[in-house]
Design a binder for this molecule. Structure first.
Ligand SMILES: CC(=O)[C@@H](O)[C@H](O)COP(=O)(O)O
Ligand SMILES: NCC(=O)COP(=O)(O)O
Length: 248
């Protein structure tokens, strides 16, 4: 079963925010992506609202509820009280918890599941009470002990951070090493009963090898590379290209 595609709208929002104008529309781009067969939409409402604004969330929730009820809303973020209030109001099908400091330029590492186990266990329980599936951002080379701690939090999935793999570009030797690491980590996670998502710097070019390395991957969330391609091919054709790269 090929992995599902969730389109991350952060890059669309950062372009919209350049001017005090309503285009490009995050909702309209999300609609085109879902019409083209994306399984869901992902947003990462960071505390400084550098791209996704808190006001975007109700509009995206309404889009999915009214036009694509079979699809999913995935909200990513660090579990502050403010973030958890946003999530409670948005009722996402999935929440992806990320250990990001507000000052980080982007997400670049997974959780220390052992050190943060108690906090994550409490937050996971709270999110699951609201009916959300919970995914935890995970280093590509996480150990058995780390993944056992991730499982102990009650989370449903881990999302493997694929930034180091995405950075390989034409370095096939390095890419093979990163894929081996991702494959091993995915195997440990699956053996523990955790679902496996993946994301960060994925592209049409690097997706096929990742899907071969992790055939049971449940979902990839992709924004930066997909939005870059959408400038060239349009959003609908780009989603179709990424779905083909996933083997859909
Ligand atoms: C968790 C992750 O890798 C991405 O989903 C994240 O949303 C990227 O954040 P920026 O779009 O702010 O770089
Ligand atoms: N979780 C990864 C994501 O949503 C998008 O990451 P990127 O494709 O913008 O690097």
């Amino acid at each position: 079963m090929p992995a599902e595609l969730s389109v991350n709208l952060n890059a669309v929002a950062i372009l919209r925010n350049r001017r005090d104008l309503p285009w490009p529309s995050v909702v309209d781009m999300g609609r085109i992506a879902l019409r083209a067969g994306a399984h869901g939409l992902t947003v990462h409402p960071r505390p400084d609202q550098r791209h996704i604004r808190f006001s975007d969330l109700p509009a995206l929730r309404q889009l999915i509820d009214e036009e694509f009820p079979q699809d999913e809303f995935n909200i990513e973020g660090y579990p502050t009280e403010a973030f958890l209030r946003l999530v409670a109001a948005s009722r996402p099908e999935q929440v992806t918890l990320v250990p990001d400091d507000p000052s980080q330029p982007t997400s670049d590492h997974g959780w220390d599941f052992i050190a943060d186990r108690d906090m994550l266990t409490s937050v996971v329980a709270q999110l699951k009470e609201h009916g959300a599936r919970v995914s935890l951002f995970c280093d590509p080379d996480a150990s058995q002990a780390q993944l056992e701690a991730a499982k102990a939090t009650g989370a449903d999935r881990v999302e493997l951070y694929t930034g180091p793999y995405g950075a390989c570009h034409d370095d096939s030797a390095r890419a093979s090493k990163e894929l081996e690491s991702l494959k091993k980590t995915a195997g440990i996670a699956e053996a523990l009963g955790l679902g496996v998502n993946a994301g960060h710097d994925l592209t049409v070019a690097n997706l096929p090898a990742l899907t071969r390395a992790i055939p049971n991957m449940a979902e990839v969330s992709i924004g930066h590379g997909l939005t870059a391609d959408a400038l060239e091919y349009g959003m609908a054709e780009t989603v179709r290209r990424f779905r083909t790269a996933l083997g859909q």
